[in-house]
Write a protein that binds this ligand. Structure first.
Ligand code: C2E
Ligand code: CA
Ligand code: CA
Length: 749
């Protein structure tokens, strides 16, 4: 910021932080290392200054410059000089604000000395290796990685590097060459390429045609580790035959001795004919470069090499870091297989190539893996997955793309001849061995043939998943190929779900009522409320279609509450018309019933409508009883306490044990329409209907038959002792207005 002179009269002069030129000691060497923090989060500024404030490096304290946006940083950098380090947030105004700023610093402002440490809050948002290379970035860390100690280390090593660069910046040759050399090196992927690059660059730097080799210690670095651990990872032609061998294979004992000494003493050795450079703890390894220089290096060359080495250490760390980030992004750490992202990449490539015509994608899901995991522990589960992965790789690995896309789900992409149910399921016939124990597993698979597939990779994967779900619902250890119909069906369901939500919000749902009759007297005793959906173009969507969608989308909770209240209001209205001896039956589905707020909404409906609870009957299905017996028993008890009665709908279609039925304490059984339907003539099989009626009598429960369509059925039911019925024979479901008219006619007050 500029100094600002307020007014000459009151002599108020505001001066911001004195700049070097403002103070008399400007000509003295700078006393502090200047560190610029660029971050849009003020907390990061304070945390950083707090962490580093008291630090002294090479007897100099640190001082800080602050910028809170890339734009502000540009302004400051225009005026400031001698900044040693920039701690830079990658993501600020825009996702790439940080990297653009780096480009501005290096390219537009031409500042090549300042060291840059990138930081990001999001681990996933890593700069490309290209950016690290192109802009000579010292370090890259996620903010969570930057603990106080790590921050010290990063800043200390960056300052050292900066100091060395400054120290020889007089020597143009050195500086430029080093930067160029490091830049070239960064372009090389992988450790071995990098190591060979180091040899080439050092020779170039020294202007020599030196032969040499690079050794890396394998495994952890323990002091005095033996020769076995030293591997030759790069070599010039004179040593080329020994590449990838252990150092002890080398015939020249003198070379072995120097490499060992450099490692042991952890320093560079400059000798009459040779130079051995030591790089400490780079990517968790020690590494040495041995060179036949043929002469003793001069002071200038040594300094050059030292700067080069410190730059290289950081660079190499970055190479390792970038490949680690790459690994995290594309590979599954447990099995080493590709992950979902990598699979999608390959899948998209396949879909664009002629290979697509004969390729199949398959998802392989281990059956009951969660149970195995729970029973035997996660560690065992992990080993089991690895052993499945190994077997898949052994069989398919060479020809197909394998990935782990879910905890116990693998994906396989390859030629349709190979990727077929027989081959895949065949691998599961033998047990897997884990921890010297045999475990027999089975798998269920879904497949998609990619020929004629016109979607994206992600859609193909989704469709495979649809096929897998089908297969699982069908039968474990089986397989299902995706067909277009499945996709259409699912999309249709999704469309219906949106339409249903809109219909409910726009009050396009309404209730109809189907009377229930006492066949002995012929009088209506109540009605069942049934939900209707009339679409904008006047068509009815049958409840058998939309109720399941409402259930699985959770919409049923709101819709069900509305049904409950509307039916109660209608009953109150009927009572006001004089039909006081009349019951309302209301359907309640599983999702509604197990909702934690169900009892509360039931209470509220009773309270708000003032309906007498004994006139309300809730219809639950038998299958509901099977899902969560304890919850059901508890809820039923609470409902009964309110005075509401319960009937079991569609009775006979699900299975419930008799003793369980007694525990449930229900009031009524509703014989399913299918069993009434079986009563076709006097001689037909009416045994189930008969049995249900007897069961009801034995348990002291009332029984109602639904779907009664003929006089003959009514008669048969009556002869069995069932006197309550509902069905087209008596009345179809009707709107409230029609019900009023119907009641007035059949039940004159
Ligand atoms: P449900 O509870 O078994 O309802 C009886 C169904 O049988 C109704 O079909 C009714 O119209 C039909 N029906 C009645 N008498 C006869 C007959 O003599 N012959 C024939 N062929 N059918 C007859 P609807 O209204 O299509 O309802 C179908 C299912 O949708 C219901 O079966 C119920 O499970 C569900 N449902 C309807 N409304 C609701 C509701 O408000 N909430 C919940 N959760 N489910 C509902
Ligand atoms: Ca019903
Ligand atoms: Ca029913």
């Amino acid at each position: 910021m500029n100094a600002m002179i307020h007014s000459s009269e009151d002599d108020l002069v505001f001066l911001d932080e004195p700049e070097a030129s403002d103070i008399s000691v400007a000509t003295k060497p700078q006393k502090t290392w200047r560190i610029m923090i660029i971050d849009d989060d003020p907390d990061v500024h304070s945390a950083t200054t707090f962490a580093l404030g008291s630090l002294e490096i090479q007897h100099r304290a640190l001082s800080f410059l602050h910028a809170y946006s890339a734009a502000e940083a540009r302004d400051i950098l225009q005026q400031e000089t001698d900044i040693a380090i920039i701690l830079l947030d990658v993501v600020m105004e825009q996702e790439d604000a940080g990297l653009q700023l780096v480009s501005h610093i290096r390219k537009t402002l031409g500042l090549s000395d300042v060291r840059i440490i990138l930081r990001t809050g999001q681990p996933g948002y890593a700069p490309e290796i290209d950016a690290i290379r192109d802009y000579d970035i010292n370090d890259y860390k996620t903010k969570s990685e930057l603990t106080r100690t790590k921050l010290y280390t990063a800043v200390t090593s960056a300052i050292r590097s900066y100091e060395q660069i400054c120290a020889i910046s007089a020597s143009h040759r050195g500086l430029e060459q080093i930067i160029n050399a490091s830049t070239e090196l960064m372009a090389l992927q992988g450790l071995q390429n990098f190591a060979s690059g180091v040899l080439v660059q050092i020779s170039g730097l020294l202007g020599l045609d030196a032969e040499g080799l690079v050794c890396a210690r394998q495994g952890n670095l323990e002091q005095g580790a033996d020769l076995q651990d030293l591997r030759i990872i790069a070599a010039t032609p004179a040593f080329a035959g020994l590449l990838d061998q252990n150092l002890d294979q080398l015939p020249q004992a003198a070379v072995i001795e120097r490499v060992q000494r450099s490692l042991q003493e952890r320093r560079n050795l400059y000798e009459a004919q040779t130079t051995t450079l030591y790089f400490s703890n780079v990517a968790q390894r020690d590494f040495t470069v041995y060179l036949d220089t043929g002469l003793q290096l001069g002071e200038m060359d040594k300094r050059l090499l030292e700067v080069f080495c410190s730059n290289i250490s950081v660079g190499l760390d970055n190479v390792m870091l970038a490949s680690r980030l790459h690994n995290y992004a594309f590979y599954d750490p447990l099995t080493g297989l590709s992950n979902r992202l990598k699979l999608l990449q390959t899948l998209n490539e396949t879909l664009q190539s002629p290979l697509k015509q004969q390729s199949t994608l398959s998802l392989i899901d281990i059956d009951h893996f969660a149970e195995t995991n729970d029973a035997l522990g996660h560690q065992f589960g992990d080993m089991l997955l690895c052993s499945v992965a190994d077997r898949l790789v052994a069989y398919f690995g060479a020809d197909c793309q394998l990935a782990r896309v879910g905890s116990d789900t693998f994906a396989l992409l390859g030629d349709e001849e190979m990727v077929c149910p027989e081959a895949i399921l065949g691998l599961f016939t033998r047990p897997f061995e884990v921890d010297r124990q045999e475990v027999q597993l089975s798998a269920t698979i879904g497949l998609v043939q990619l020929a004629d597939y016109d979607g994206q990779g992600s859609e193909a994967l989704k469709d495979t998943n649809i096929a897998l779900k089908r297969a699982k619902a069908h039968q474990r250890a089986g397989h299902v190929y995706f067909t277009r119909d499945m996709g259409v069906e699912i999309r249709e369901r999704v469309r219906l779900m949106h339409a249903l939500r809109a219909a409910f919000e726009n009050q396009r749902l309404f209730l109809v009522f189907q009377p229930q009759i006492d066949m002995a007297s012929g009088r209506p005793v109540g009605a069942e409320a049934l939900l209707r959906w009339k679409t904008d173009d006047g068509k009815f969507v049958p409840p058998d279609q939309f109720i399941p969608i409402a259930e699985y989308s959770g919409l049923i909770v709101d819709i069900g509450e509305w049904v409950l209240r509307t039916a109660c209001y209608e009953l109150v209205h009927l009572r006001s018309l004089g039909y006081t001896d009349f019951q309302m039956a209301i359907n309640v589905s599983q999702a509604q019933f197990s909702h934690p707020l169900f009892m509360q909404s039931l209470h509220r409906a009773l309270q708000d409508t003032q309906v007498p609870p004994e006139c309300i009957e809730l219809e639950i299905t038998e299958s509901m009883a099977m899902k969560d017996p304890d919850l059901l028993i508890k809820t039923l008890y609470q409902i009964k306490q309110l005075g509401i009665s319960i009937s079991i709908d569609d009775f006979g279609t699900g299975f419930s044990s008799l003793s369980y039925l007694q525990k449930l304490d229900v009031d009524r059984l509703k014989i399913d329409r299918a069993f009434v339907n079986e009563i076709k003539d006097a001689s037909s099989d009416a045994s189930i209907a008969k049995m249900v009626i007897q069961l009801g009598q034995n348990l002291g429960l009332s029984v109602i038959a639904e779907g009664v369509e003929s006089e003959m059925q009514a008669q048969t039911l009556r002869s069995f002792g069932c006197h309550l019925a509902q069905g087209y024979l008596f009345a179809k479901p009707m709107t409230r207005e029609d019900l009023h008219a119907w009641l007035a006619h059949s039940m004159p007050n």
